[in-house]
Design a binder for this molecule. Structure first.
Ligand SMILES: Nc1nc2c(ncn2[C@@H]2O[C@H](COP(=O)(O)OP(=O)(O)O)[C@@H](O)[C@H]2O)c(=O)[nH]1
Ligand SMILES: [Mg+2]
Length: 240
């Protein structure tokens, strides 16, 4: 039976050297009845990913090539600028996050309860790297202290927004500091944030994971910098 769901979602996919997973994740994204367009922002891949990108034959796919590697944040910012559908979600090019969860992510946006939805990874997940999860929780706690949001997972890739929200954010970070920057600016904007539980199939470093402890240190710097800014500009009342 044909789906009755209206496709209203722009999927923004930052992609850097992901030959092992790009084919499968694109297939999964396009299989979602919510996907109106898929913006793949290739961040200067050198491993053959670019050749694979030209092979996708679906009019919903738009490939944007960064002239050189700039980082996940720069790729997300480019995708946010270009996204045209009603709602926007960030989707990594690995297989850690599953587009089957778009239903869960979109529900609070479609019911107009939320402007922004975070997918929290601490519900159903592959059991992996204890110290990594301690680091994630510490970064979330620090971010919450500045923003006064009670998130459980600030660093999650799955962040979905009304398109108007992403156009309002004025983002500057090029690398993984984009996550605390987005969070601080969402808080400063007074947008209504929901969090839903998603599944998370974390990959190992041998399987291609690239984020490391240096990114954690950079995240602390961004939490403090954008957290202080957001405290100064935070409205006294949330948007109703
Ligand atoms: N590590 C890294 N990832 C990038 C870069 N540019 C885009 N990406 C993409 O950003 C996503 C996050 O990468 P990953 O190593 O899995 O980090 P994590 O999932 O946040 O722990 C993947 O889809 C990458 O392909 C970059 O310069 N470095
Ligand atoms: Mg990932």
């Amino acid at each position: 039976m044909a789906s009755t769901i209206q496709p209203r979602l722009s999927v923004v996919m930052p992609c850097y050297n992901e030959t092992a997973t790009i084919g499968e994740i694109v297939k999964r994204v396009l299989a979602s009845p919510h996907t109106a367009e898929l913006l793949i922002i290739d961040d200067g891949s050198t491993d053959g990913t670019r050749d694979l990108l030209s092979s996708f034959d679906d009019e919903r796919v738009r490939v944007l090539l960064q002239p050189e590697n700039q980082g996940k944040g720069a790729a997300i910012r480019r995708g946010f600028r270009e996204a045209e559908a009603d709602f926007v979600i960030v989707q990594d090019a690995d297989l850690e996050y599953d587009p089957v969860d778009y239903d869960l992510m979109l529900e609070p946006l479609l019911s107009e309860a939320a402007d922004v939805v975070y997918g929290s990874r601490f519900q159903s997940r592959r059991v992996l790297y204890f110290w990594h999860s301690v680091g994630n929780r510490a970064l979330t706690l620090l971010s919450n202290m500045f923003t006064d949001l009670n998130l459980t997972d600030m660093e999650t890739c799955y962040k979905a927004f009304r398109n108007e929200v992403v156009k309002s954010l004025d983002l500057h970070e090029n690398r993984f500091g984009i996550e605390p920057e987005i969070t601080a600016k969402v808080a400063a904007g007074g947008w209504r944030v929901w969090e839903v539980g998603i599944s998370y199939s974390g990959r190992t470093y041998a399987e291609g994971k690239k984020i490391n402890w240096r990114d954690g240190v950079a995240a602390v710097r961004c939490i403090v910098k954008y957290g202080l800014e957001s405290r100064r500009s935070r409205p006294s009342h949330l948007r109703g």
